[in-house]
Design a binder for this molecule. Sequence first.
Ligand code: ZN
Length: 161
Amino acid sequence: MQITQDTVVLIHYTLTDDAGKTIDSSAGGEPLAYLHGNGNLIPGLERALEGKQAGDSINVKLGPSEGYGEYDESLVQRIPRRLLQGIGNVYVGMQLQAQSEHGSRAVTVTQVQGDMVTIDGNHPLAGQNLNFEVRVEDVRAATEDELAHGHVHGPGGHHHG
Ligand code: ZN
């Protein structure tokens, strides 16, 4: 069976940066299951998997615009530490939810200097090339429930309690 819209796909993948450092990998664990064509994977990766079948391996290099976006300097802000009152210890690498008129957004603390804290609203992988090595383990038709929910149930997918 080929990977097309609304098929359930099980993949093993390794994601590396341009220096060859592994950012994420399913190796040694359960394969990742996703519902193809429902925005569960980043679009560039879904495009590359279209038409593939179990046993196929692909290598895909995605630029930032096809991955997590270009790095946007305007999402970096220096704010007084007192605005983070009640958060306790603020440290580099800490993830926070920032509230703005556009709703809440995940930000990362990138610098703490005296009374000032730098927060970065870019995705941690923004501005980076993404190098995926993917092996298709299995392809099957989705169930009605899975189509209604827009995600995979069972092994490697979502679990409802
Ligand atoms: Zn569900």
